[in-house]
Design a protein around this ligand. Sequence first.
Ligand code: ATP
Ligand code: MG
Length: 552
Amino acid sequence: MAEADNRPTNFIRQIIDNDLETGVHKTVQTRFPPEPNGFLHIGHAKSICLNFGIAEDYQGTCNLRFDDTNPEKESIDYVNAIKSDVQWLGYQWSGDVRYSSGYFQQLHDYAVELIEKGLAYVDFSTQEEMREMRGTLTQPGTNSPYRDTAPEENKEHFRKMAAGEYEEGHCCLRAKIDMTSPFMVMRDPVIYRIRFAHHHQTGDKWCIYPMYDFTHCISDAIEGISHSLCTLEFQDNRRLYDWVIENISIETTPRQYEFSRLNLEYTVLSKRKLIQLVTENHVSGWDDPRMPTIAGLKRRGYTPASIREFCQRIGVTKMDNLIEMSMLEACIRDDLNVNAPRAMAVLDPIRLVIENYQGDGEMLSAANHPNDETQGTRELPFDKEIFIERDDFRESANKKYKRLVLDKEVRLRNAYVVKAVRVDKDEDGNITTVYCTYDPDTLGKDPADGRKVKGVIHWVSAMRNQPAEIRLYDRLFKVPNPNGVELDEALNEDSLVVKQGVVESSMVSAEVGKAVQFERTGYFCKDVESSDEKLVFNRTVALRDTWAKIES
Ligand code: ATP
Ligand code: MG
């Protein structure tokens, strides 16, 4: 196939190209099959971009199918969150949302077919007995005493299972394959179990639920999936997948291909661990901006395009990987550097009084983006008293400090050149106010233009501004690979630092979630917890990779 230049290439696309060339498939049909037992995370984004991306590029289709066979752990809230995350990432599934539970009747009937063919049996052994008979990786298993029950009898037992006549755990349906197989999944796996549980889609209709391995391949076949893409831990399960498809009377033969899952430094991508973070209140919820969930990244200020770009940059292979956090951060920085409008905010304010400034203040004009005129300009109130960062002033400093120093000049971004003349201090010796003079002739002039000023600092009017809570986020974990480390030891206790600062008044009308660059400080976005009384901003990412510096 002739491919457009910017299309990714990977081993899966090579397989698809080959299948289309040789006529194995005429069209490409993929699916994204989440279990609705948690929110989606950045690892799922990799799978979403792969499946939906392939469908897009090959003019195929991609289904969204909820693999909902564990009613106790699943919920409709997760279903809804997952749907909205997929759409937010920029993808639309083909037709209606599918549910494995929508195929429960067909799955049941295929199980009966296996029973009739003598390829499945109802086992009344206890869990303990079944575990012993399963054998180990080095020892073959042994046959269950129920293995040779006649099909008619098995059919009756299975009917009773479905009718609720047996208690939970009393028996289960197993595929009759090979107890000596070197692949544990092939040692007569359980394909149906009894669960008296209410299901979010099917209610109380069923008290038997099919197991994942049995469900997944049949659901793929029912939907006519051509390439069933999943992560490497399902490699062995492929044998069972193929066995089921071969032994039931279904037309299509989907093929499963495995790729390596995404692991990201300084975070965890297992739903079990993410749930633990939420339920033990280590974070404020699934959408806490420190979470690697799609909802968390969105609230943090990540854009769908930056996440798609990340998935493209990491690629798809079969190799184990631990991707650096800086790679994800580079993607959002590259996006926001071009697209985010600029504004000013002071996170740790100290008052600067301009002693020779006359009048009631004025409105200056500032460009919203230094290299993009189409982003326009905004009004910027300038007053006799302004706030600057405490860090941007020193009574004395060496030449490397390019900010405001007593008796020296600095340019106020988008405004004038000022010169510090004296300070006020409290009884503890902390500076409370800096006094300066300004030069009215320096408005808007480039510092290089004839006038030697050391540097440029940002500011916000002390008279016309908006107070704002500014949340600075850092890595949630302090170790690169927190998997296998106790949460208490691995969590970064400084992952959230809250500042009470001030922002330009123009920020009142900022859109929730839409990024802005606070000049010299970082990229931020207004948080959903903002109100008219209190603005709240989340730091999406710092302007530069400060961790790279610390680590080197
Ligand atoms: P967990 O193991 O954390 O519970 P899961 O894999 O069971 O996650 P599912 O809802 O079953 O979660 O995943 C849906 C799809 O997303 C599957 O095809 C799965 O392979 C894929 N997926 C899940 N995690 C990752 C990851 N870290 N990287 C790439 N793909 C992933
Ligand atoms: Mg899973």
